[in-house]
Ligand binder design. Structure first.
Ligand SMILES: Nc1ncnc2c1ncn2[C@@H]1O[C@H](COP(=O)(O)OP(=O)(O)O)[C@@H](O)[C@H]1O
Ligand SMILES: [Mg+2]
Length: 231
């Protein structure tokens, strides 16, 4: 489970997230929908540990996210109820993330990029990288360098990376941008598989239509707050 507790995030005087508390559960595809600039990416970055909240905290599958500074910000967590979390981590563990267009080494092929990332994470190998590419409709034997990929192909390679590591949690920010209909259908199928495997999927989009199509549970973000609009 992902637990977001009393989370606020401000940039200077711009109060983007206002005391948000929400849980995202296994086996559900959870959607965040809202206008551009409402704070969807900011919330996802806080969940991953890429950004520190101004106050409040996030627990992902038992790990308090944000390392020691999360404890400093929430001193009440230091000695108390250990059932809230069992570990402290800088970043969300076993989590596949696509936030913004994924960056790859431009002068390597798609497979070379994935193999490099797999070696770094230790969570995938060549066979899995190949399989993930095929599932996303990319040819692992293609010699094309990534700088020649279309935006949609790059997006698919990002998905292949997220899927090859078989994460427990998937965080997808505007995943359908620049995707054609056929790739979107493939991704929908993969999301259903994740759901069937009882993983947590959190998906954000400004498109109410895309969210309605993909998600079981939907939260609308407005004025720094979340409101459940489908459960
Ligand atoms: N690093 C940052 N520094 C200052 N302001 C930021 C930063 N990141 C996001 N913001 C501001 O936070 C608000 C929410 O942005 P964002 O989370 O990207 O919204 P969304 O993803 O819903 O489009 C916007 O007003 C944006 O300008
Ligand atoms: Mg965004």
């Amino acid at each position: 489970m992902i637990t977001v507790e009393n989370l606020s995030k401000s940039y200077g005087s711009n109060s983007v997230l206002k005391n948000i508390s929400v849980n995202f559960h296994e086996g559900e595809i959870c959607g965040l929908v809202g206008a551009n600039g409402c704070g969807k990416t900011t919330l996802m970055r806080c969940i991953c540990g890429f950004s520190q909240p101004t106050s409040g905290y996030v627990v992902v599958n038992g790990s308090l996210i944000g390392g020691k500074s999360a404890i400093k910000r929430n001193p009440e967590l230091a000695g108390t109820n250990p059932s809230i979390f069992s570990r402290v981590a800088d970043f969300a563990p076993n989590t596949g993330v696509i936030i913004e267009t994924p960056g790859f080494l431009p002068h390597e092929t798609g497979l070379q990029n994935l193999m490099l990332l797999a070696a770094m994470s230790g969570r995938a190998d060549k066979a899995r990288a190949r399989r993930a590419m095929i599932e996303l409709g990319l040819d692992p034997d293609e010699k094309k360098q990534v700088w020649k990929y279309s935006l949609g192909q790059r997006q698919r390679l990002g998905f292949a990376q997220a899927f090859m590591e078989d994460p427990d949690v998937l965080i997808l920010d505007e995943p359908f941008n620049a995707m054609d209909k056929a790739s979107m259908e493939e991704v929908h199928d993969l999301l259903q598989r994740f759901k069937a495997e009882n993983k947590i999927v959190l998906l954000a989009s400004h498109s109410a239509e895309d969210i309605a199509r993909a998600c079981d549970v939907i939260f609308e973000m407005e004025d720094g707050n979340l409101r459940m609009i489908r459960e």
